[in-house]
Design a binder for this molecule. Structure first.
Ligand code: NAP
Length: 232
């Protein structure tokens, strides 16, 4: 299967925006030289599909988006709109699909590039009509690679935000299969908060600060008057 043609991206860390093929510099960080490329870095036996094992096969991003019961969007946020376009989102090709969005739209200063919103997951839902679940964005790839991601105080909890119960049930199963605990965190409207929380965590992690001690044990909160924490 031939490799996908795709829009080249700026290779500069934290930029990665779509770059004009005819331009020697990136339109987003024009003062910086842009080493945009759309060539595959993989030889056949190095392809991720070969490393994953039997049952996995290479395909275009559009094919991947339509393959199986669910698709995980795990590319740079700046590439998502182009991939959805290529897959025919505008003509409804992804309507009703279960799309798991783990992207983090985090830019310089660890601020959300989606600004005041809507956030990444809601934008995907609006562009596709897919049943979007925000999940797996809040922790680093090195953690997802653990088998299982279990620490001193138990399995990692994975917050899920979505509006479709069947899609959420499927993603809960995937979370449990990883050895983690699904945490129902509300509808897709709360995905913006999950994205903002993750940007906040990334900022702390990248500046060498451990956010774990900022969370008191649940019992310490649950055992007290929580009137100040109630929903409005
Ligand atoms: N890394 C983490 O710890 C982590 C944790 C949670 C969530 N996330 C989020 O997950 C997403 C992926 O993160 P990552 O660290 O894996 O990023 P990455 O290292 O930039 O990898 C992204 C992957 O997507 C591919 N890709 C990029 N643009 C593409 C396009 N236009 N068409 C097809 N494929 C494209 C890349 O292929 P090439 O290598 O060929 O460019 C690469 O395989 C991001 O949104 C990130 O915020 C990352």
């Amino acid at each position: 299967m031939s490799l996908p043609s795709r829009r080249p991206l700026c290779r500069r860390p934290l930029c990665r925006s779509a770059s004009s093929p005819s331009s020697p510099s990136c339109p987003s960080c024009s003062s910086q030289p842009c080493a945009a490329t759309n060539a595959s870095p993989y030889s056949t036996d190095q392809r991720p599909s070969a490393r994953i094992g039997p049952g996995a096969r290479p395909g275009t991003p559009s094919q991947a988006l339509l393959f199986g019961d669910a698709a995980l969007l795990a590319v740079d946020h700046g590439a998502v709109a182009g991939l959805l376009d290529d897959a025919g989102a505008a003509s409804g090709a992804l309507r009703g699909r279960v799309l798991i969005d783990c992207t983090n739209a985090v830019g310089p200063g660890f601020l959300l590039t989606t600004g005041e919103g809507p956030g990444a997951a809601r934008t995907v839902a609006a562009a596709t009509g897919a049943r979007v679940v925000k999940a797996f964005n809040h922790s680093a790839a090195s953690v997802w690679a653990l088998d299982p991601p279990v620490f001193a105080d138990g399995p990692l909890a994975v917050p899920l935000c979505g509006d479709d119960e069947a899609a959420l049930a499927l993603v809960r199963t995937l979370v449990r299969d990883l050895g983690c605990i699904p945490l129902d965190a509300g509808g897709l409207d709360r995905a913006d908060q999950l994205e903002a929380m993750t940007a906040f965590l990334i900022g702390l992690w990248h500046t060498g600060q451990d956010p774990r001690p900022m969370l008191p044990p649940f019992a310490a909160v649950a055992g007290t008057d929580r009137s100040g924490l109630r929903e409005a």
